[in-house]
Design a binder for this molecule. Structure first.
Ligand SMILES: [Zn+2]
Length: 443
């Protein structure tokens, strides 16, 4: 199937009045942007993957004052395009609102830091990067990844829209530009001769509102024999392992291999390798170069994954329409567990305050009536409350103080690490609960 890229005028459906939001400040009607057309191919979106109801933006943690004020909720109704099978969300708030002050500091996860340093070593070895190379990371967060290249004296640049995390990156010596990456930024860099040997995008593509423009920017910025690697949660893992909680307003797109291949191909980029990773519950790392660059051998893994997705029905609308029922059943299972635990007088608390926890708790309607509090290692979140559910966030030590019967692990993708760190809850008979793919209690 051939895809033509067109620039679409975004239909704007605004609120009738200006709205004051405790978390977002003044939201003007023009910032309420909705699309009913596919972000990639422009096809009208008529199929729903799953409707998770109304939810606030999952990274808008609330101060005490904000908890007493009104809060904005937006529909979390996921659509799937019946032409290119891109799974996507309508956009309600401009990315500037989401990312100017971003609460997720990558450096607070040990396993993610290890993943980043392993990646840097692998790329340097495989593609022979050195002191005359140039590495660019799009959405470089607090510099957790690029610092590995800095340590190897490989010139690099982070492009990161959120000022607070960019500041943290600069502090540790990672050159960072506070910008949204797009084709204009890429063109400016390219015009100055700043083409990249390696472009990295780790968990950023899903958060890009202008998908086609972003990929076009990669095409512009990449050296003729350069390599781009993009990591993103794999839609197949999301659907098969029921990871509906990884859907949130800040993530506009969810990619299968089949769809990402169509998108890159449409922009003159050719995929030559793909790795299936365990990070974020199952991710893909794709490797691409210019379509004109014939120097990269194409790995067998490309055709294997393509076949795997085709065999599993990812080019068939029926596969997508089944997902909603599976999600509803998962909600019933979690609520059954919580209702029973509370009836038995047990104490249930959360561990972690990740975005995914907010989708889960809001969709399932779990508030302080089921979960007394949650804890998080990030000082940025401590003392605040979760959006929508207003569950308070404390430092981790609160668990030792309260000695709960159950600890519900919200960032289940880090469950091994967390269960190891928190093994001491077993001293008082505490148990871990994992909500995804199905509610599981671990002694
Ligand atoms: Zn489409």
């Amino acid at each position: 199937m051939l895809f033509t890229i067109k620039i679409y005028e975004e239909p704007i459906i605004g609120f009738p009045r200006k709205i004051e939001s405790p978390t977002l400040g003044v939201v003007k009607p023009r910032e309420t942007i909705r699309r009913h057309i596919c972000r990639f191919c422009g096809n009208p979106l008529t199929h729903s993957l799953v409707d998770l109801g109304m939810s606030p933006l999952c990274e808008s943690y609330l101060t005490e004052k904000q908890q007493a004020e009104e809060e904005l909720f937006y529909p979390l109704d996921v659509k799937v395009c019946d032409k290119c099978y891109l799974v996507q969300l309508d956009q309600y708030v401009s990315p500037e609102h989401i990312f100017t002050e971003y609460a997720y500091f990558s450096s607070f996860s040990d396993s993610w830091l290890k993943h980043a340093s392993d990646y840097a070593d692998m790329m340097v070895d495989r593609f022979g990067l050195g002191t005359d190379s140039f590495v660019v990371e799009l959405g470089s967060n607090d510099g957790y990844l690029l610092k590995n290249f800095v340590a190897k004296n490989i010139p690099c640049l982070g492009v990161e829209p959120a000022k607070n995390v960019a500041k943290a990156a600069k502090k540790i010596g990672v050159p960072t530009r506070v910008k949204f990456f797009d084709s204009v930024v890429a063109r400016k860099m390219a015009d100055k001769g700043k083409h990249a040997d390696l472009i990295i995008g780790k968990n950023v593509l899903a958060q890009v509102p202008g998908l086609n423009d972003f990929v076009e920017g990669i095409k512009i910025l990449l050296k003729p024999d350069g390599v781009v690697t993009i990591e993103f949660p794999h839609l197949m893992a999301l659907m098969e392992q029921n990871q509906y909680d990884t859907i949130y307003h800040e993530h506009f797109c969810y990619f299968s291999y089949l769809t990402i291949e169509k998108i890159f191909t449409a922009h003159g980029l050719a995929l030559f390798d793909v790795e299936e990773l365990s990070s974020h519950g199952g991710s893909l790392r794709i490797f691409a170069g210019h379509a004109e660059d014939g120097s990269k051998p194409v790995s067998n893994r490309i055709s294997q994954l393509r076949e795997k997705e085709l065999a599993a029905g990812y080019a068939d609308m029926e596969t997508y329409t089944r997902f909603g029922h599976q999600v509803e059943e998962s909600k019933r299972a979690l609520l059954s567990f919580l209702i029973q635990a509370k009836r038995e007088g047990k104490t249930v608390v959360g561990y972690g305050a990740p975005g995914k926890g907010n989708t889960l708790l809001n969709y399932c309607g779990i508030r302080k009536d089921f979960l007394d509090f949650t804890v998080d290692r990030s000082p940025y979140k401590q003392g605040k409350a979760l959006p929508g559910t207003h569950i308070p966030i404390y430092p981790v030590e609160k668990i030792d103080e309260v000695r709960p019967d159950y600890v519900l692990i919200l960032p289940w993708n880090l469950k091994e690490e967390i269960m190891e760190q928190m093994a001491r809850i077993r001293d008082w008979g505490g148990k871990f609960v994992i909500p995804i793919p199905t509610t599981t209690v671990i002694d």
